[in-house]
Design a protein around this ligand. Sequence first.
Ligand code: FES
Ligand SMILES: [Fe+2]
Length: 326
Amino acid sequence: MSQPAEAPFLFDPPSRPDAWYLLAPSSAVRRGRVVTRRVCNEEVVLFRTGTGAVGALAAHCWHMGAHLGNGCVVGERLQCPLHHWEWDGEGACAGIPGEARAPAAARQPGYPVAERLGGIWVWMGGGAPGPVPGLETFDDAELLYAHGDAVRLRCPWYAPAANGFDEQHLSTVHGRALRERPRVDFPEPHRMRMRYLSRVTGHGVADRMMKRLSGDHIRVQISCWGGTTLTVESDVGRTRSALLLAMIPVGHEVEVTPVFTSRRGGVPGVDRVRLAVARFLFSRFIQKDVGVMDGMRFRPRLPLPGNEPLETFLRWASSLPGERSR
Ligand code: FES
Ligand SMILES: [Fe+2]
């Protein structure tokens, strides 16, 4: 008797995965400021209160739909610009001019917020928030970091994330060869990780620097958190540094923000140089990806022999919870 044919794998990632999104550097939302950001088709307003707490609320007021990005911070609340209703960071109505009490149903949708690695993260999605993305082989306190400018790419959010696991492009785009097979695992359900040891085959300035610094043994660990944040931790001889890439889906495009980091050594001048070197090397590395990702229509033809980590990523991305537009 013939076996029933296995259903073909359908590549179907969510258009907006349930995940933490890096919406702004902490320094961009100072006390009393209101900042509007967009994720997919949703606008979010961030505001920092008088005590320094950050709130994240849906942008359009529950009362009549005014844009809260035009409002102002009053103490611990965000005041709507139209009728001056005040919303706290949880979205509860905390005051209406001339009224003793708010209607029982008054509720501004809000989002969980966290601050980590010098940035404001907002959880978008159902269910309990997962861990806030971070670095596995560093303590936050030992890091120096610099938020780079966001780059808008004409490709879906999962193209840059998939790129992190595309073993074949390491040699064709980045001038690296693997010294051993990459190891892939899932330390937690929301996180996919790949570890490998590589050597330099490229001949550019950054390649030569990398070769000399590392003794030509570059140990790399890449994690994808919830689909939309990549962390890349590299061990280059005596220097360890890390890069975080935060992806935000915007329509059919993606906005990618790099956060460069290096380890704090205690001597401020040396630390600044170290961070500048890490920033230079990582920027050179990701510029090559930007050059090939922009304009890509992501259409993987499965199976992908010789690129098993990427195929694993695509299957995992398809299983992620989130919004799917049909
Ligand atoms: S629309 Fe916001 S208070 Fe009326
Ligand atoms: Fe790449």
